[in-house]
Design a protein around this ligand. Sequence first.
Ligand code: ATP
Ligand code: MN
Length: 300
Amino acid sequence: MPANFKVSNADRVVDPTTGITKVEVVRFYGLVAPLMMEHLKSRPVSFVRAPQGIKGQLFFQKHLDEGQMAGVRQLDPALWPAHPELIEVANPLGLLSAAQMNVIELHTWNAVKTLIGKPDRMTFDLDPGEGVGWPMVLQATELMRVVLDELGLPSFCKTSGGKGLHVVVPLKRQYDWDTVKDFSQAIVRHMARTVPQMFVAKSGPSNRVGRIFIDYLRNGFGATTVCAWSVRARPGMGVSVPVEWAEVPTLASGAQWTLRNIHARLDRGNDPWAGYAKAAISPGAAMKRLGFEPAKLRAR
Ligand code: ATP
Ligand code: MN
């Protein structure tokens, strides 16, 4: 943290269950900034702010409606015409000033500003629903990896910092939002067909009991998912942490790492995702393998 960086109400308690204070949150973001910038870089971002602490009202913020934050920039209005400017965290100072403005969580888009119409990843969200234990979430996540492998799609896992895990598939920026979202839905449907005792393809509580709905809706235009290294505005303040596939079976929960114990994990940093940048592939072959036809081809 720069020596002259000012934190107001530094000792205000943000999480009453742990006594975590605002200055601890700011310091946390100072600490993870070099790791987190890799995940934030060039992406539209949304904030979850907690001016009264995480027990108070939370505000989901997609625009700079309340004045400036140093290091947080408005993006080109042309990215989303007739819509308030999207924002990005441009540098580590942006992370600190966001935290100083009571931002707790940072959520990012699946596309970068240089080609906003074509997502560069798919995100799958796996949560334990009612009647689903943690071991089943781990199994489901591993099955998801096997299916993606078989389709020839690379995948990377992170804890959500909350209840579950996120699986991310890096893509070459080639297909539009609707195609990628429909494809992600087709993958989830395929899994529900193949292992119906474990997965359901439809959301809605009744058909979900004891089974897992893999949320593919994070793949729509404007949808966001919590960014790796973000802390969560929940009791205990879990952190979303990139993990290696080999360690997934050993995970104790989606909130295994928290603001308070993250120090033990910092040396691993983004290493578990070391291959990520080079892993992005064109999903065309995987679409074919699954029998998925992009809408434009269908229309032709
Ligand atoms: P868990 O593992 O506990 O399920 P999660 O990160 O997978 O955590 P949520 O925190 O419940 O899931 O977030 C659900 C989705 O809603 C995410 O895509 C997130 O970006 C988005 N989101 C969160 N808060 C808001 C909000 N107030 N308004 C709009 N979207 C939100
Ligand atoms: Mn989730």
